[in-house]
Design a binder for this molecule. Sequence first.
Ligand SMILES: Cc1cc2nc3c(=O)[nH]c(=O)nc-3n(C[C@H](O)[C@H](O)[C@H](O)COP(=O)(O)OP(=O)(O)OC[C@H]3O[C@@H](n4cnc5c(N)ncnc54)[C@H](O)[C@@H]3O)c2cc1C
Length: 244
Amino acid sequence: MQEHVDISIHCKNKAKDGLTLTPWNLIKLSVPFVKYWLTRKGQLAHSIAEVGAFYRSSSAVNEPDIQIHLLPVMFNDSGYDWRPTLKHGFTCHVCLLRPESRGEVSLNPDKPLSKPRITYGFLSNPKDQEALLNGVKKAIQILNQPALSSHNGGFICPTIDTSDAQLLEQIKSRSGLIYHPVGTCKMGPDNDSEAVVSPDLKVRGVEKLRVVDASIMPKVISGNTNGATIVIAEKGADLIKADA
Ligand SMILES: Cc1cc2nc3c(=O)[nH]c(=O)nc-3n(C[C@H](O)[C@H](O)[C@H](O)COP(=O)(O)OP(=O)(O)OC[C@H]3O[C@@H](n4cnc5c(N)ncnc54)[C@H](O)[C@@H]3O)c2cc1C
């Protein structure tokens, strides 16, 4: 299994014009809410992750291996930890697009009928550690540019005045996922012993069974997975129709 490992950089927003979810700010949002309702315009007509970029973690890399998104709100742990949303701040997500690390989905040997075990193996490959560290350092450079000085009131996390080793430890302890798990039913040619499905998406060794979803991607793609999954589905539908 592969997934895009991701780290959130949180900054104070000294302009206090983001989506802070305190009771007072929720009341203030009623104005843009009515504006959006009547005109489909204003603050709430914008996507929550409107600004993004792809860049290379270092000049040694040929193609972008880092994706960032800026959000006018702070939260942790995919929103399960909502406490940071009560403070004025913004988030820069830094995501590693071409990870080498792999995790796995396996049966629980003690209780095979219960939920499977899912491990991501994030940053288990040292190349991933170096790439994400460099990616975070570049994101910090971007956030420190004069164009953002009216908003950036200082870094909440990670702590930036620190050594590379300490920054990496912070990245490891705060890294999360970005909802792009793939690869547990890898597609591959006959001579690939790890391939679960053939190039026409048939499960090897089982009659009349295909897998048609994101799990057949041999490696995670270097971007968000929904579009590529729809392409797999269209191709799978054509293969099934052709066989019928
Ligand atoms: C919160 C979130 C945000 C995302 N944002 C983006 C984004 O902005 N851009 C992007 O490109 N990608 C995004 N993704 C990723 C994208 O949604 C997935 O890559 C894509 O949906 C994978 O498609 P899939 O068909 O493999 O799996 P799924 O879309 O998960 O489909 C699996 C289906 O199987 C069904 N199912 C499960 N178990 C059973 C069962 N036992 N019997 C019958 N049916 C079952 C489920 O109900 C579901 O409908 C996001 C994912 C999440 C979770």
